[in-house]
Design a protein around this ligand. Structure first.
Ligand code: KIV
Ligand code: NA
Length: 264
């Protein structure tokens, strides 16, 4: 496959092949993750709290996220680049959402966009799809609604499982090509995955989704400390960088860097 398209993802689901997705917000991680074979790179609004220094995803703006989207889309040759629509940039109306999504496609070079919400976002998804923009939905726990949902909590436990299934069916019906499910019980996510024709991408949603997504700084250990239970740490980049920075600092201060071979 030269470039990942929405139909490839659907075919992967039909063949029972898993789909991998990571966040990326810059040129070099985009190149590395693309080379590794990751199908989907999400320029997440999680850049708010992983790049820009905020404590949640709420404050990031369209103008802040579009340059990162452009950096990623310029840097991949195979991966599909997902532009994540920031809080407040699409909820007001389908027209608002469409115009924001167009900016991510034109200015950011995104190949598709992602928005949070189920049944209530069906008009937005329909409008974007009708206007030629592939949409990935995001249901279950939706971080932009943290304050409305009463904090970070698993969605779809007990009687509310029905709600997750309703949201999933609504976004599929509205035209979404895939759906992220965040912090949903594994059994519920498995049922939704079996019911849908479009691929499901889980984060904290167990092992029976069609794919998985993680924030790269969490997965590769650049961020440490208290992390959600659904994160697996595949590397310890924080230690690697901390050691390198300390060694550099020491060598600058003791005069051993730069040596003769670094000098003209
Ligand atoms: O912004 C983000 O990183 C996300 C995912 C983790 C799904 O929306
Ligand atoms: Na996001």
């Amino acid at each position: 496959i030269k470039r990942i398209r929405t139909h490839h993802l659907r075919e992967m689901k039909q063949r029972g092949e898993r789909i991998s997705m990571l966040t990326s917000y810059d040129q070099l991680t985009a190149q590395i993750f693309d080379e590794a074979g990751i199908e989907l790179l999400l320029v997440g609004d999680s850049a708010s709290n992983n790049v820009l220094g905020n404590s949640t995803s709420l404050p990031i703006t369209v103008d802040e996220l579009i340059p990162m989207t452009r950096a990623v889309s310029r840097s991949v040759s195979r991966a599909m680049v997902v532009g994540d629509l920031p809080f407040g940039s699409y909820q007001a109306s389908p027209e608002q959402g469409y115009l924001t999504a167009v900016r991510f496609m034109k200015e950011g070079g995104a190949h598709c966009v992602k928005l949070e919400g189920g049944v209530e976002m069906a008009p937005q998804i329909e409008r974007m799809t009708r206007g030629g923009i592939p949409v990935m939905a995001h249901i279950g726990f939706t971080p932009q609604s943290e304050h409305a949902l009463g904090g970070y909590r698993v969605q779809g436990r007990g009687e509310t499982a029905e709600r997750v299934l309703r949201d999933a069916l609504a976004v599929q019906e509205a035209g979404a090509f895939a759906v992220v499910m965040e912090m949903v019980p594994g059994d519920v996510a498995a049922e939704v995955t079996a019911e849908l024709d479009i691929p499901t991408i889980g984060i904290g949603a167990g092992n029976r989704c069609d794919g998985q997504v993680l924030v790269w700084q969490d997965a590769f250990g650049l961020r440490t400390g208290r992390l959600p239970r659904f994160v697996k740490q595949y590397a310890d980049l924080r230690s690697v960088l901390l050691d390198a920075a300390r060694t550099y600092d020491a060598e600058v201060k003791d005069g051993s860097f730069p040596a003769a071979e670094h000098t003209f």
